[in-house]
Ligand binder design. Structure first.
Ligand code: SF4
Length: 280
């Protein structure tokens, strides 16, 4: 069976950077904590835990302890950052630079007096940080999932900023709706291309193969979405977290299988899946 890997697949720049930073800290020893699971990949989180990196849900859990704390790629709110600074911890900041750019954009819009519309998933840690950065800069903030959820009372001056993983079509539809209401939004396009490029390459590959395998955490929304896209292009698609889950029966009669992976899947997991598939 021929195994073809999507041209863009697996850990994005921000996740790889967070993994490299965390692994470096763990190698140095001492007490290491991550604020929340470092990435949405249970195997990686377990491996880091086995090497001494403990996951804490929030800064409160760090009180009375010392060591090194790693901020994950989603970033944190300014209040969390200040709380960390007050503790006896070395801070390793693995906030993805694209997320930092979005945080700064949210703050900039707010400081210019704009009401800030954040296009994204309410409650997601990155979105919470964007909201907090804008609020700290004095802005009134609304999180909208799409154009339909824009509040009726939004008025100029209004600024729009996006969660980095949003689709550009969704951002555009929010901007268009604001314009349809006669407003003049200032738009900061803070979308990162990593998610979209993985989806586009996966869809293209899925339409040319007999089966697709999508690798990534079941708790990873970008991997779940990637799987849905693959399934639409190739009905014989399978979502696995690791090579052990692969069943040779799934690929009976297949000449070619495509492989892709979510942005929180490290290279080692992709290599293991490709290796096993090549042996079927
Ligand atoms: S998807 Fe983009 S913004 Fe998010 S961590 Fe990866 S590179 Fe950074």
């Amino acid at each position: 069976m021929k195994v073809v890997r999507a041209e863009k697949a697996g850990a994005c720049y921000g996740v790889q950077r967070a993994l490299d930073l965390a692994q470096h800290v763990v190698e140095e020893g001492g007490c290491v904590y991550t604020l929340g699971p470092l990435i949405h990949n249970p195997q990686v989180v377990s491996e880091l835990e086995a090497r001494g990196a403990r996951v804490v849900a929030g800064v409160d859990e760090l009180a009375g302890r010392a060591g090194t704390v790693v901020i994950r790629s989603h970033g944190v709110t300014p209040a969390t950052r200040r709380s960390l600074e007050r503790l006896d911890f070395a801070v390793v900041d693995a906030t993805c630079p694209h997320v930092s750019r979005a945080q700064n954009a949210a703050a900039e819009l707010a400081s210019q007096g704009c009401r800030v519309v954040v296009v994204g998933e309410a409650g997601h840690p990155e979105v919470e940080s964007l909201v907090a950065y804008a609020q700290e800069a004095g802005g009134r903030v609304d999180v909208v999932a799409d154009a339909r959820s824009i509040p009726d009372d939004v008025s100029d001056p209004v600024g729009v900023v996006s969660q980095t993983t949003q689709m550009k079509e969704n951002l555009s539809s929010v901007v268009e709706e604001l314009k349809r209401r006669g407003l003049d939004p200032q738009v900061k396009n803070t979308i990162c291309s990593a998610t979209r490029s993985r989806q586009d390459y996966a869809a293209a590959l899925g339409s040319t193969v007999d089966a697709m395998v999508v690798i990534g955490g079941r708790n990873s929304s970008n991997t779940t979405r990637l799987f849905e896209i693959c399934e639409a292009a190739c009905p014989r698609s399978f979502h696995v977290e690791s090579a052990d889950e692969l069943d040779p029966a799934w690929f009976s009669g297949c000449a070619t299988v495509g492989v892709t992976a979510g942005a929180s899947t490290p290279e080692s997991q992709i290599a293991a899946v490709c290796g096993r598939l090549e042996g079927f």
